[in-house]
Design a protein around this ligand. Structure first.
Ligand SMILES: [Zn+2]
Ligand SMILES: [Zn+2]
Length: 353
């Protein structure tokens, strides 16, 4: 079968490789669509980041490995012990592969598994014609969720978890700093979670338009004026209860501190690769909290429900659809050349778009 195989930094090859085979408890999925995640671009440009340099302790995988973790498809084969999933099911997956034995697995906190692996990073992923995964990862799609929409279940599960970690309550106000692919989903998840008003802060005009279209009450350009003051004016000086930092750098974090009020929560959703300075004195006086979130545990059913009833809209976020053959040139390289222009590029291994 055809697959996009990561061999190393700047070295992803569209190769013809043997079809993966199912064992007892595994499911084979014919891939319909797979979204390109920012982490795929990182692995291509500066990897290995999450890809293991040594064989992964749980899966034994390192490079070469097939990327791709935001996908949908049809079940074409199941192992003899598979009960819940059948050939013909339309599905997506929860990408976490876990040991099932460590303390965190026994507590059901799978994203904390001591041997955690992710499909598409430590297990062959879905920039391929087919992918084989354990049955426990597979989720059936509700009828209204198309294959294209279902590629957003994974990043939306991240967004739902970010909202849970924020402890946002009905009626709270929220600010999303950075309206990229994750920020736009967090914005909608916060709305679905009961936020009374959600503001977005984003420098790129096309992303500001999308944020407005997807439910932001107002959108501010950080280059023009002081979003902290604007939000203070709209909240009787109280500022927001929650901020989601969806960029991962110092200036976005500083903005999150400015736009939030006393006893506020700041969730670091963006992957900050460099250290960030924290003005603890300002947080101290206001009893502000900072938290992080990583992956998901059981947020997929909520994500699929939000997609099914269109509470979370993802179609406007699809900025391009390409073929697997063009994954590097029209996918990864294009996102590197024009990072502001793309929200989500979907890739299909099928012949026709
Ligand atoms: Zn991702
Ligand atoms: Zn574990």
């Amino acid at each position: 079968m055809k697959a996009a195989v990561w061999y190393g930094r700047d070295d992803i090859r569209i190769a013809d490789i043997p079809e993966p085979r199912v064992t007892k408890d595994q499911v084979k999925i014919r891939v319909r669509w797979c979204g390109i995640c920012g982490s795929d671009v990182h692995e291509y440009r500066e990897g290995p980041m999450i890809i293991s340099r040594k064989p992964h302790p749980l899966t034994g995988k390192s490079s070469p490995i097939i990327l791709g973790h935001e996908f949908s498809g049809d079940v074409v084969e199941v192992g003899e012990d598979v009960k819940r999933i059948a050939v013909g099911n339309r599905v997506t997956i929860n990408c976490l592969i876990y040991c099932g034995e460590c303390l965190y697995c026994r507590l059901g906190e799978y994203n904390m598994c001591l041997k955690l692996a992710t499909v598409g990073l430590a297990w062959d992923g879905a920039f391929a014609e087919s992918v084989v995964v354990p049955e426990y990862t597979v989720l059936k799609l509700p009828d209204p969720v198309t294959y294209e929409m279902a590629t957003f279940a994974e990043p939306l599960a991240v967004a739902v978890r970010a909202v849970k970690r924020s402890r946002l309550k009905v009626g709270d106000t929220a600010v999303v700093v950075g309206a990229g692919p994750i920020g736009l989903l967090v914005l909608q998840a916060a709305r679905s979670g009961g936020a009374s008003r959600v503001w977005a802060i984003e420098p790129i005009p096309s992303r500001r338009d999308l944020a407005r279209q997807l439910g932001a009450d107002e959108v501010f350009d950080p280059a023009r004026g002081d979003a902290g003051k604007e939000i203070a004016e709209r909240t009787d000086g109280l500022r927001a209860n929650v901020a989601f930092e969806c960029v991962g750098n110092q200036s976005a974090f500083d903005t999150a501190v400015r736009v939030t009020g006393r006893r506020a929560m700041i969730v670091m959703v963006g992957m900050a690769l460099k250290p960030i300075e924290v003005p603890f004195f300002r947080l101290w006086g206001h009893e502000k909290e900072i938290t992080t979130c990583t992956g998901y545990v059981d947020e997929f059913p909520a994500a699929l429900a939000f997609l099914a009833d269109r509470r979370v809209k993802v179609e406007p976020m699809i900025t391009a659809k390409i073929k697997l053959d063009d994954f590097v040139e029209k996918g990864l390289k294009e996102m590197m050349r024009n990072p502001g222009q793309y929200i989500k590029i979907l890739v299909t291994p099928e012949g026709e778009l």
